[in-house]
Design a protein. Structure first.
Length: 180
């Protein structure tokens, strides 16, 4: 098809010190191996990797500061394995969507990216809204269901179904996410 894909890692630099952290932690533990596998495969295939992370209201926070802060949080073991590798682009965001008021669209267009593979957290929030914003920008969206973490199982299932039906997202297992 001639499409060029990018792996987008969403909001994995997290201190897990928020109201919904306990539910999210359980899900992150389950999907972290698949996320790590996808990042590793993307690196092997020279697929562009872009980390997009909440800046938590700190407009001066750099990539290294957000990494350090997350590593100092309650769940270092969930953060350390998925830290941005060398060469991965990094974009900060302030709201749910990876596109809202960020330079991500410009970055992707400059690299001639047509398809986004969305992994990270939270399925029923940032993944869903990012998939919608990608769809309205005419990107093809792939979401590996086993590489996105959720807070509420029922809402995550509904979000995946909405992405599939309303945004024409391809919902696949992580093993198929990088295949064209």
């Amino acid at each position: 098809m001639g499409e060029r894909a990018a792996l987008i890692v969403i909001d994995m630099l997290n201190r897990y010190e928020h109201e919904d952290a306990e539910s999210l932690i359980v899900s992150v533990r389950e999907v972290l191996p698949a996320m790590r596998e996808l990042v590793g495969r993307a690196r092997e295939r020279d697929t562009p990797i872009v980390y997009v992370n909440d800046n938590y209201g700190d407009w001066s926070a750099s990539r290294s500061e957000l990494c350090a802060s997350a590593l100092e949080g309650r769940r270092r073991a969930l953060v350390a394995p998925i830290l941005p590798p060398a060469g991965a682009a990094f974009v900060t965001k302030a709201r749910h969507s990876i596109f809202y008021e960020t330079s991500l669209d410009y970055l992707l267009r400059s690299r001639q990216i047509d398809r986004l593979i969305l992994i990270g957290q939270v399925t029923e929030q940032c993944i869903l809204y990012s998939a919608l914003d990608a769809y309205v920008r005419h990107y093809r969206v792939t979401v590996p269901h086993d590489a996105v973490a959720h807070i509420h199982t029922d809402l995550a299932g509904a979000a995946l179904e909405m992405m599939k039906r309303n945004m024409r997202a391809e919902i696949v297992g992580a093993e198929r996410a990088l295949s064209e």
